[in-house]
Design a protein around this ligand. Structure first.
Ligand SMILES: [Zn+2]
Length: 289
């Protein structure tokens, strides 16, 4: 009897533990905004909504002081989160906050870089290693090579020139170049992204970087990286140069890749399904948020 009671009690404890674990399996995400040469007040809510549709995320938003204000007190507790999503392009963080992000990613934290977040911090060496490629802010051949896709493989082009450019906004086709990654596995191999700014000619260290998808830029005449992953220490980084405006972010392709990329950055795995309304190769698909 005693043994059975213990067994029953153990079962109860096991069930409680599994319930607790289940609750803890939700992915804790921190979105950073507050400064950007883009309308972060319009775009952050679209990402929050997109994560809500993913049903596996608990999302907090931290907003920095406005541009030009004292940044010394801006110190998010990155370590509390499974993934940090940057919608930030602005003033330098304090050395302490910079080190906290470096330590967080180095120790296995997930980082997600969205659009102009890759313009930020041109002179912060570790940040540029984390994001792989960046643009503007004086970036040049000193920042690292141009990276693009040509004749079936990735080219690292060391030629001189500025980093970061784009033409007028338009819908464009995203082509999956590496379907063997959890983020892109099972995804349509070509899909039409909603009207967006197609970044070209980004430059950076591009170390431990994997290009998962590209889009052809009429401006550069090259197949430009549109989804990248970077290994930094024990941490995983997902970088999407897409997401100029709230409209661009309402693209189901953007939302779904944000969900899958963030889950992967947080856990190394992807369980978020490919959405039913995912765009086809020729037609955009936009959420009515
Ligand atoms: Zn933009």
């Amino acid at each position: 009897m005693i043994t059975r009671r213990i067994a029953a009690a153990s079962m109860t404890i096991l069930m409680m533990t599994s319930l607790t674990l289940h609750a803890e399996e939700r992915i804790k995400v921190l979105i950073i905004d507050g400064q950007n040469n883009h309308n972060w007040k319009a775009t952050t809510p679209v990402m929050v909504r997109g994560f809500g549709d993913g049903k596996m995320f608990d999302v907090d938003v931290t907003t920095s002081p406005p541009r030009g204000q004292d940044m010394s007190g801006f110190a998010p507790d990155f370590a509390q989160y499974d993934a940090v999503v940057s919608n930030y392009n602005g003033d330098s963080w304090s050395p302490k906050t910079q080190q906290a992000l470096i330590d967080y990613v180095n120790n296995g934290g997930g980082l997600v870089i969205v659009h102009a977040a890759d313009n930020s911090f041109p002179n912060w060496k570790e940040y540029n290693e984390m994001i792989g490629l960046g643009g503007w802010g004086g970036r040049s051949e000193k920042s690292g090579p141009y990276v693009y896709f040509k004749d079936g493989s990735i080219v690292r082009d060391e030629s001189k020139g500025p980093g970061g450019s784009h033409g007028p906004q338009h819908p464009f086709q995203v082509i999956i170049r590496d379907a063997n990654h959890p983020i892109t596995n099972g995804m349509p191999l070509a899909w039409m992204h909603a009207k967006d700014e197609l970044y070209d000619s980004l430059r950076g260290p591009a170390v431990n970087m994997r290009v998962l998808a590209t889009a052809f830029s009429p401006k550069s005449g090259r197949h430009e990286p549109m989804m990248m992953t970077i290994q930094y220490g024990d941490g995983r980084v997902f970088h999407t140069p897409m997401g100029h405006s709230d409209l661009s972010m309402k693209c189901v392709g953007f939302i779904n890749t944000l969900q899958r990329g963030t889950e992967w950055a947080a856990t190394g795995k992807v369980t978020a399904p490919i959405e039913q309304d995912f765009p086809s190769d020729n037609d955009v698909s936009i959420r009515d948020y």
